[in-house]
Design a protein. Structure first.
Lengths: 779, 171
């Protein structure tokens, strides 16, 4: 391969100039003529019957244009299971659930009218613990579960229970292998629900137009999915729904699927087609919009005396909250990844996604993998200890390598990434095996830990993506895609790929921001760390299409065979005589001969990509091929613990990810550092707290802390490993979610190294750590 | 009626008593670069300079700005020319989704205004009231360091591809 000019370079992102000048427009920065503002009344109860709603007074308040309740709307929404209403109807299933909404001339008027709505509730029995919700006789969150429309053959709700999905993985005979194992461990681990905390809360503007058309502007990761689900829910042709996505202020999975768009749409309809803005308050972002699911894992692992992992049995119980949303697919994806990146011949996993009366769960960076690997990677350390083996050495002996098969029977071929290289890289960088430096003070102790991570895109077997490149009069290229760049930098990477493929300088390739389902070509949605991979392949194909058209026109213009021509430095030229050729600008709209005759026409290339070779999983055994590619990684961390306060200081955190090919080291580093710090939030700071009536106790930045500039590790060391992905663009695979996964596991393992105490619940707050230290001291 | 200077220009407005400075800037003056992230002064996205000092504009009433000087992100680039601080944010890779960026830049501007040569501790302290969920802060702190006047050469930064040095920070 010739030397790359643009791909692999630290190209600066083109959107940053608008973002540093305050000119980048986000959804709430748009003010459409006649736009109204919405306010939402939410339920104070976790489980209640709505006995009566009186909105008559509110309807008469100044500025009010419409008031809606669930009684006005007979639409069920859902991604995989249609179980959710736009506004609660008859019952509320979590505290924070929208019950009524007002659209008014100003936000103040809408909020003021909200206070005039009277709702009488009759509280119903509720269930807040997912394991308790599985018990016979537990209150049922959705008594009508069996009637819901769902994606059949993929998801399996259990009628008459709270189980929205049960995913089974069966390989070998785990029970027999556990019996036969020389060494066994069993342990239970907990993760609380956490929030995505995008700095921009969910927001959407919708305008109902004549002839049943609708136009939407939304802060979303999923323009085409929003279009499809709106069309499906309201029985509209797809072309009648036009979805725009301006700049998006962070998503992390929370803005995938449908958000507040349906509510904005029905309010607009109720207001005679005035555009309506629905923008969530920060409290509603915590309390009404979905979070990451909680998880309780029970793991049983067995190994031979010589350190071979022979059995893994796991029960994963996901706290889905009140609605299934992405939760059912998380329960599925995290199950097929639920043994970690290890070869284990005997594996049995039961993953249950269980309704409770709490704010519901959805996709969150890592898609369940941070949660399951909190358990698996802590359990692997404990098993190594039980074997009296070094945790790195135990992992080394059991990591997947080519020739192995995963727990779903997928063969690991040459061309997969290398978990081993990631492990060796972080072990070396942290000085594994060397004693930590002496602590800063006598009341402090130090420790080191490692953890592995892996994840594949969790996506439908037929996921697809398209790209369009059109050439401008001046020979530059415009790139149109419908994946959303909500900060991760994919548009910059796609520009680099297009520049490389079209032999143009990066400055002459422009990404078209603002996705628009009427203008930009199809993409499934921007989730699962697959946009650079699938979008990259689509851009390569689109550029090839442009080159074919350029060469075709140039061949006629120059009177030479197409085979003799190449694209080089913005020109089509004769390969053997590069001086002879035409610039792209002479061809972009068609070539004009000196006598005025013209040939060709505007150059517009299109390319596409689709998932290949994926299968649904067998419902009874989970066997099949779910993964387009696996990205592997590892973390190693050195920490210092203050034994008087329980406070953890992260001294050094090393992260290696097998990116296949680093398309842009600056952006890749941004993903790693950003992901690691978000992972530290899950490890040390974050978690929902509910009271005994299921009310969220910390729905604000006062009580729910995310990492600040003061919470950084003293040093973060990203290491990018490059074992090319054969079918990836330039060998690349996705890396966006991965740096977050297993950060808590590495911290937990380091904490054991420092204190000799096993922690099984997150977050590792000073209170929790100190509590365990005191408990251990008193024994 | 209040009178205030916004980005060097005298503005007047008739405002209700409860209107916040954030609402005045965004809804009346259409300066939408200043963002609302929480509405209770905890996230820093709405940071602007009031008489040169960084404030959470969601917690300041518009009437409190009467007779005073307000600087927002829209005033940071002069005549289309990016400030050194803005350039540093670009070059350090300090921008991802960008929603926190205006507030970050205004906090940094406030710091550099009162202390052109801040220590590393002072930079971290000044930026720690602004939340970012994308970047992990490292590149943002790096950008502020680049912009500090005594930085030998902003075009050849000290921390381009090495982690920032923070050993002294917790002292």
């Amino acid at each position: 391969m010739p030397e790359l000019r643009v791909v692999g370079r630290p190209v600066l992102r083109d959107d940053a100039i608008e973002k540093v000048t305050g000119t980048a427009r986000y959804t709430t920065d748009l003010a459409l003529p006649g736009m109204l503002y919405a306010a939402i009344l939410t339920s104070p109860h976790a489980s209640a019957r709505i006995a009566r709603i009186d909105v008559a007074t509110a309807r008469g308040e100044p500025g009010v244009r419409a008031v809606l309740t669930g009684d006005d709307l007979d639409v069920l929404l859902g991604l995989y299971l249609r179980d959710k209403r736009i506004l609660a109807r008859g019952v509320v299933r979590y505290q924070g659930e929208p019950v009524a909404a007002v659209a008014a001339d100003t936000l103040d008027e809408a909020r003021s009218a909200l206070r005039k709505i009277r709702v009488d509730y009759e509280e119903l029995p509720a269930v807040f613990d997912a394991r308790a919700a599985m018990a016979p006789g537990a209150p049922r969150v959705h008594p009508e579960l069996a009637t819901y429309e769902r994606m059949r053959g993929v998801f399996f709700p259990e009628a008459g229970t709270n189980v929205a999905h049960h995913q089974k993985i069966r390989r070998g005979d785990a029970a027999a292998a556990l019996d036969a194992a020389d060494v066994r461990i069993e342990a239970t681990f907990d993760n609380p629900p956490v929030q995505h905390v995008p700095l921009e809360t969910h927001a959407a503007i919708a305008q109902a137009l004549p002839a049943d058309r609708v136009e939407v502007w939304t802060s979303s990761q999923s323009p085409y999915t929003v279009r499809h689900l709106l069309a499906h829910a309201f029985g509209l042709p797809h072309a009648s729904v036009r979805v725009h996505v301006p700049y998006v202020g962070g998503g992390f999975g929370g803005k995938a699927g449908l958000g507040v768009e349906p509510l904005a749409y029905v309010l607009s309809k109720a207001c005679g087609g005035r555009p309506v803005l629905v923008s969530m308050t920060r409290e509603q972002e915590f309390n009404t919009m979905p979070s990451r699911q909680g998880l309780t894992s029970t793991l049983r692992l067995g190994a031979t005396r010589d350190g071979r992992l022979t059995a893994l049995e796991a029960t994963y119980v996901w706290d889905a909250g009140a609605y299934a949303d992405y939760g059912v697919n998380i329960g599925r994806a995290a199950a097929y990844a639920g043994a970690g990146p290890y070869a284990v011949d005997n594996c049995s996993i039961d993953s249950y996604v269980v309704y409770t009366n709490k704010v519901y769960g959805t996709a969150f960076r890592g898609f369940g993998h941070l949660e399951v690997l909190w358990g698996v990677e802590r359990a692997i350390d404990r098993l190594a200890r039980a074997l009296d083996l070094d945790p790195v050495e135990f992992r080394r002996r059991n990591l997947l390598r080519s020739g192995d098969t995963t727990i779903t029977g997928e063969p690991i071929a040459v061309g997969h990434g290398s978990p081993r290289k990631c492990l060796e890289a972080v072990a070396q960088a942290i000085g594994w095996g060397l004693p930590p430096l002496p602590p800063d003070a006598p009341n402090k102790v130090r420790g080191k830990g490692v953890a592995m991570l892996h994840k594949a895109p969790a996506m439908p077997t037929n996921t697809s993506c398209a790209a369009v490149i059109k050439l401008d009069e001046d020979g530059a290229a415009d790139l149109l895609v419908s994946g959303v760049d909500y900060g991760q930098g994919t548009y910059t990477v796609l520009r680099q790929i297009a520049a490389e493929e079209l032999s143009l300088p990066i400055e002459k390739v422009h990404a078209v921001w603002d996705c628009d389902t009427a203008m930009t070509p199809y993409d499934w949605q921007t989730v699962a760390s697959r946009f650079a991979y699938m979008g990259g392949n689509a851009v390569i194909a689109a550029a090839a299409d442009c080159r074919r058209q350029l060469i075709d026109t140039a061949a006629n213009a120059l009177g030479v065979p197409a085979e003799a021509l190449v694209c080089r430095d913005g020109r089509v030229c004769v390969a053997s005589d590069e001086g002879r050729g035409l610039e792209y600008r002479q061809l972009a709209l068609g070539f004009t001969f000196p006598n005025g005759n013209a040939i060709g026409g505007p150059i517009i290339g299109h390319g596409r990509s689709i998932a290949t070779g994926l299968t649904n999983l067998d419902p009874e055994t989970g066997q099949g091929r779910p993964a387009q590619f696996w990205t592997y990684g590892a973390h190693a961390v050195e920490i210092e613990v203050d034994t008087e306060t329980g406070e953890i200081t992260v001294l050094r955190l090393v992260t290696a990810v097998d990116a296949g090919k680093v398309l842009n080291p600056l952006l890749c580093r941004g993903q790693i550092v950003g992901g690691v710090v978000q992972g530290l939030g899950s490890a040390l700071l974050e978690g929902f707290q509910f009271d005994e009536r299921g009310r969220l106790m910390n729905p604000s930045f006062v009580d729910y802390k995310i990492a600040t500039a003061k919470d950084l590790p003293r040093e973060i060391v990203p290491i990018m490993i490059e074992n090319p992905q054969p079918d990836g663009p330039y060998g690349a695979r996705g890396v966006a979610e991965h740096p977050m996964i297993s950060v808590p596991s590495a911290l937990g393992n380091a904490l054991f190294d420092a204190l000799g105490i096993d922690f099984s619940s997150l977050p590792l707050t000073p209170e929790r750590v100190l509590g365990k230290i005191l408990e251990a001291g008193s024994r | 009626m209040i009178r205030l200077t916004v980005n060097g220009r005298l503005e007047t407005a008739s405002v209700p008593a409860g209107l916040t400075l954030l609402e005045l800037l965004r809804d009346r003056f259409h300066l939408t670069g200043t963002k609302e992230g929480c509405g209770i002064g905890e996230c820093g996205a709405c940071t602007v300079l009031l008489d040169g000092l960084p404030v959470a504009s969601c917690l300041v009433l518009a009437v409190e700005a009467d007779g005073r000087t307000v600087e927002t992100i829209e005033g940071e680039a002069i005549g289309g020319e990016l400030s050194k601080l803005q350039k540093a944010f670009l070059e350090a890779g300090a921008v991802q989704c960008g929603f926190c960026t205006p507030g970050m830049i205004m906090s940094a501007r406030g710091l550099l205004r009162r202390n052109p040569r801040p220590s590393d501790d002072e930079i971290v302290e000044a930026m720690s009231g602004n939340l970012c969920r994308c970047t992990g802060y490292e590149a943002i702190l790096d950008a502020v360091r680049r912009a500090v006047e005594h930085d030998p050469s902003p075009s050849a930064p000290r921390h381009a591809h090495s982690p920032p040095q923070k050993e002294d920070r917790r002292a």
